[in-house]
Design a protein around this ligand. Sequence first.
Ligand code: SF4
Length: 302
Amino acid sequence: MYKHEKPYYTLDTYLKETYGEKIYKISLDPGFTCPNRDGTLSRRGCIFCSEGGSGDFSSTTIEEGIRKVSDKFTGQHYIAYFQAYTNTYGPVSKLKELYQAALDHPLIIGISIATRPDCLGIEVLQLLEALKVQYPTKFIWIELGLQTIHEQTAIYIRRGYTLACFEEAVKNLHRIQIPIIVHIILGLPGETKTDYLKTMHYLNQLPLQGLKLHLLHIIKNTDLAEDYLATPFSMYSLEDYSLLIIELLEHVRRDMVIHRITGDGPKDLLIAPLWSSNKKKVLNHIHKEMKEKQFFQGKQLS
Ligand code: SF4
């Protein structure tokens, strides 16, 4: 067990341990697009991606983001999370200006940049490396939407890059000591528990700081919604999803920070599974199950 005595290593715990206080993440949409949407790779995007580029709750400025959370958060510091679309996809001069503005902000302790592994070329890596030197007291994280390690599923969801490309990005980011967080979607059609367990074992071997597990959401106006409405495929119930999360986390390295174990898509756009819209209830259910099962992260690895 860890010194914090939590059954799994949550982001909240990591931040409190590291900074001694609760820190809130502000989701931002700085106005990028994505090569999987602007025609460079495709115009249709990943099959599940919403019109907001998977950043539907994002704000356009840090001040707006702080205002949005100020009623539920009374802490002092924030992480600027560049979430919507692909946040390293643009001229390096624009990226530099954007990241510097966030890192200069007195209430921001670090930035987290969501992107694709095929949008981390040499110039972007050099910029990240230079910013690390320029802001030694702040952090820069990269979040990669891998979603699956299985090639067949990657083709179905139209991810548009290979696992080899992901591995190259991880190697490059690790070389310049940028912490990496990987996103995985649970519930993609055709994937089973065995596939997810393979994914966990694969990720355990990589130098990752964190993991975000998302439940698949069917969002209105996506190609996935069209597929689902034409031929509904089975989706997890809350009970089955809880059991899945527990079993998977038992196979995840103990030092891996768990940034998320579910998702909360925009309620007005969510088609299924509707139970997922009550995030508090979902987390309570999973945590209760964890307690009953005397679960802890990495239990099956010892
Ligand atoms: S890479 Fe991200 S922003 Fe681009 S289409 Fe896929 S989910 Fe949407």
